[in-house]
Design a protein around this ligand. Structure first.
Ligand SMILES: Cc1cc2nc3c(=O)[nH]c(=O)nc-3n(C[C@H](O)[C@H](O)[C@H](O)COP(=O)(O)OP(=O)(O)OC[C@H]3O[C@@H](n4cnc5c(N)ncnc54)[C@H](O)[C@@H]3O)c2cc1C
Length: 456
């Protein structure tokens, strides 16, 4: 006897892919599927230009992939999911809505509200999988508590079960809404901003290329902002165009130090999601609460110079300009620019984290805000506060030939006029129109340490 099938809804959120999508496979096994995306004003409103443009492009790509499978396309509706998801389920007569679980502070609360609204209509919310290899809240220490530092978390995380990636559904019976539209918005990018090519195919192309030419040296090249030495997977992981499980499966066949380091970096992403799940307040507040009483300066003109890449410190300016040009910044430079804001300009990390989230296409609350807290000395495994990055020394060390600085700071591009891009003389600065340092690093370092003495 053929199994009885029932219409169902696949509500895509941070899993904009067809391959290795357990929630989608569950939905397809149940019956005809309505592939749904809800443009939620609560998320779309505060998203900056990079994330809006990227999300729109990723939705268009998913829509095209669904059409290739014979579906009428991704059904995109706008509004509060608490109303829109039950309405969509009602429209197709679904008894269940399938999702990958969301573990962020807003996503958890939204899903509980949607689940309650669906429940009133007799519809269930089925959570299968999540954007993580190991769902936040799963890894515990011997006394059942969560880990507060990375290394022991990582040891246990590495030992957790990893189901093998699954294929995309090869067929399906697909549904559409009468009022549905695949006409996703096409937000205009501000002049000078580009974002990466979105979609599952582009993701796999980039990943294959990185596996081919970059992974085995990754343990060294990952610290060289002037080279294309990292995977650029962050934005694809953010929107779930690839699942980290798929990356780990490919890495399991590699024995190089580069592959081992890469696995560890994926572990950091999961660690920060775990910490945020246990302590949602740390999205905005100090993880180490005593840092809230450190003396900070209000953001003013110097903060604007930092945002616009006009500090007169070449590697800082290069990073801040890269951020606004491509919606991404190299990890090493994220650390340098963040340190400069907190320890040289004495501005609280939250201001910088907000600016990053506005421009980053990969902007992720857990990785960004805990990355910031790490630099500010207030997070888990913090870089000790007294270890203040010297922006000039960091530039020389990690960008020895100046390729990164010359790429992003146009004034310093010409090697004939600017022989030393990391420390141009006053005469050179005046000649090429590049500003003098806005603060004296040695003085501000002393000032930061003096303020820190009061709270330590
Ligand atoms: C101040 C600050 C802010 C950050 N904000 C974000 C953010 O909003 N979104 C984000 O995805 N990452 C963030 N990171 C982490 C890291 O900088 C980026 O993940 C990385 O630069 C993305 O480039 P990639 O994919 O080429 O990285 P790769 O070096 O190729 O790393 C592979 C993957 O590992 C993960 N990863 C690597 N380093 C880290 C890390 N330190 N913490 C958490 N995950 C990591 C990412 O998923 C990354 O895609 C931040 C780091 C700092 C210091």
């Amino acid at each position: 006897m053929p199994r009885e099938t029932r219409p169902t809804v696949m509500w895509f959120r941070r899993d904009l892919r067809l391959r290795d999508n357990p929630a989608l496979l569950e939905a397809c096994a149940e019956g005809p599927v309505l592939p749904l995306f809800v443009l939620d004003p609560h998320l779309w409103g505060p998203a900056g230009p990079s994330r809006r443009a990227y999300l729109a492009a990723s939705l268009r790509s998913l829509d095209a992939s669904l059409r290739d499978l014979g579906a009428p396309g991704l059904q995109v509706v706008r509004g509060d999911p608490v109303r829109r998801v039950p309405a969509a389920a009602r429209a197709v007569g679904a008894e269940r809505v399938h999702v990958a679980a969301d573990f962020g502070p807003y996503g958890r609360q939204r899903d509980e509200a949607v689940e309650a609204a669906l429940g009133e209509a007799g519809v269930g919310l089925a959570r299968t999988g999540s954007p993580y290899v190991v769902p936040p809240g799963t890894v515990h220490n011997g006394s059942g508590d969560h880990y507060r530092v990375f290394t022991p978390f990582h040891r246990v995380w590495e030992q957790q079960d990893r189901p093998a990636p699954q294929d995309a559904p090869d067929h399906g019976d697909w549904l559409a809404l009468d009022e549905g539209t695949t006409d996703v918005p096409s937000p205009r990018l501000p002049a000078g901003l580009e974002v990466p090519v979105a979609g599952e195919e582009a993701t796999h192309a980039r990943w294959s290329d990185f596996l081919e030419r970059g992974i085995d040296d990754y343990d060294t090249t990952r610290n060289e902002p002037g080279t294309d030495g990292t995977s650029r997977m962050s934005v694809h992981l953010k929107y779930g165009e690839v699942h980290p499980r798929q990356l780990l499966a490919d890495l399991s066949r590699r024995r190089s130090a580069g592959a081992a380091t890469f696995r560890k970096e994926l572990g950091w992403r999961e660690f920060y999601a775990d910490v945020l799940w246990h302590q949602p307040r740390t999205a905005r507040e100090y993880y180490k609460t005593q840092y809230a009483s450190l003396a900070y300066d209000e953001p003013g003109e110097l903060f604007e110079a930092w945002q616009e890449g006009r500090t007169g410190y070449p590697v800082v300016d290069a990073g801040m300009r890269q951020l606004r040009s491509v919606g991404w910044m190299h990890n090493r430079v994220r650390m340098i620019t963040a340190s400069f804001l907190v320890k040289d300009l004495h501005v609280e990390w939250q201001h910088g984290a907000r600016h990053f989230l506005h421009w980053l296409a990969d902007g992720d609350l857990a990785s960004n805000n805990h990355g910031w807290q790490w630099v500010a000395g207030s997070g888990t495994d913090p870089s000790p506060f007294f270890r203040v990055f010297n922006p000039t020394g960091q530039g020389r060390k990690f960008d020895p030939d100046g390729a990164y600085v010359r790429r992003w700071v146009e004034e310093l591009r010409d090697p004939d006029r600017v022989p030393d891009p990391h420390e141009p003389s006053s005469e050179v600065r005046a000649a090429v129109g590049y500003s003098e340092p806005v603060v004296d690093h040695a003085e501000e370092r002393r000032e930061a340490l003096a303020r820190w003495e009061h709270i330590r």
